[in-house]
Design a binder for this molecule. Structure first.
Ligand code: TYM
Length: 344
């Protein structure tokens, strides 16, 4: 293995798709806040998986813009390019190159068992789903394994994909010799799943049927407050945490707790005897106060796209130095004839 984690710090890696104009609160609480905390403790690598975004149709003009918007939201949310490596996936060709090798050691049945493909292909119509959507988790395994991270900080919905990357790392290592660290999913229980405001048993997701259930980082505060106040709850009146019986209220309490640092019990105590409307109004204030500075900062960053592109170019250079070492070793272990001069 040529690129184990250097020094004392363990390495983590993660990414979020640039598939919308804004990240949502599930992305923020399920992943981004943990990334920000981790960049002090770990050697952190964060990227924008634009190759993954085209597994479903994208408007080319929009994709580039959404990639920049995603980068701006990472940074505005606290990702610090001086502490971590931040880059765009398509700027590092080794992702696609390793992806191909991993495609060739993944079973068709194994890929068919990935639940996200089943869900997404059903949504878009199974016949029109692309082969790229089918092999999506294998490219994700390449994203991860290229950088030899110990941990992959994600929400619960990505657990199966990280498990696949572990299986593929172990398979490659035993078939061809040690080339990969076997990564672990780092999933923070409390925020692993934030639910849709209108359909609180489904995860908050960009591909939800209606935008009314989403809290977006880049939305106008009035829209955000309105969506929280219209969140679906239940016919009782008592404010308490019970995921089964009261998924809507429980989701609001989770969000409140994550953003204020207060425990659920403390919040339930504070709202004892109050109405759902009180909780919603206060939560709307908490969310807006938290997200508004992020949106403002992201907009500022987007005002200077050349500077943003420069930061991303520097990040890609750092990322490539790790990725190319892994790929060279993998190619050699697989038995590819080295090109003259040694450069791949
Ligand atoms: P994506 O873009 O769907 O989501 C980005 C991150 O947000 C988390 N997340 C949630 N967490 C809690 N509640 C929710 N409702 C919620 N919705 C999303 C996701 O778990 C994820 O951590 N396949 C990945 C992108 C990817 C990737 C990678 C991630 C590509 N290559 C390599 C890690 C490592 C995805 O589509 O995430």
């Amino acid at each position: 293995m040529t690129t184990p984690t250097s020094g004392a710090r363990q390495r983590v890696l993660s990414g979020m798709q640039p598939s919308g104009d804004s990240l949502h609160l599930g992305n923020y609480l399920g992943a981004l806040v943990h990334w920000v905390r981790m960049q002090d403790e770990y050697e952190a690598i964060y990227f924008i998986p634009d190759l993954h975004a085209i597994t479903v149709p994208q408007e080319p003009g929009e994709l580039a813009e959404r990639t920049r918007r995603t980068a701006a939201q990472y940074i505005a949310g606290g990702v610090d390019v001086d502490k971590c490596t931040l880059f765009v996936q398509s700027h590092v060709p080794e992702h696609a190159q390793l992806g191909w090798v991993l495609n060739c050691i993944t079973g068709f049945g194994e890929a068919s068992r990935m639940t996200q493909f089943k869900d997404k292909s059903l949504k878009h119509g199974a016949d029109s789903a692309s082969v790229g959507l089918f092999t999506y988790p294998i490219l994700q395994a390449a994203d991860i394994l290229l950088y030899q991270p110990e941990g992959v900080p994600v929400g619960e919905d990505q657990r199966q994909h990280v498990e696949l990357s572990r299986d593929l790392a172990q398979r490659f290592n035993s078939r061809f010799g040690e080339a990969f660290v076997v990564p672990k999913p780092f999933i923070q229980k409390e925020s692993a799943k934030i639910y849709d405001l209108q359909n609180p048993t489904a995860k908050m997701s960009k591909s939800a049927g209606s935008p009314a259930g989403l809290i977006n980082l880049m939305d106008n505060p009035k829209v955000t407050a309105k969506r929280i106040k219209s969140a679906v709850t239940d016919t009782e009146t008592e404010i308490r945490f019970d995921k089964e019986a009261k998924p809507g209220i429980s989701n609001l309490l989770t969000i409140y707790s994550m953003l204020t640092g207060k425990s659920i019990d403390e919040i339930v105590g504070d709202f004892h005897g109050k109405m759902y409307g009180h909780l919603k109004t206060e939560l709307a204030d908490v969310v807006v106060a938290h997200l508004d500075p992020i949106r403002t900062r992201a907009e500022e960053l987007l005002g200077d796209p050349a500077e943003l592109d420069l930061l991303l170019a520097r990040g890609a250079e750092k990322a490539r130095s790790i990725a190319s070492a892994t790929l060279t070793e993998v190619y050699s272990k697989v038995g590819f004839l080295p090109p003259l001069g040694g450069a791949r």
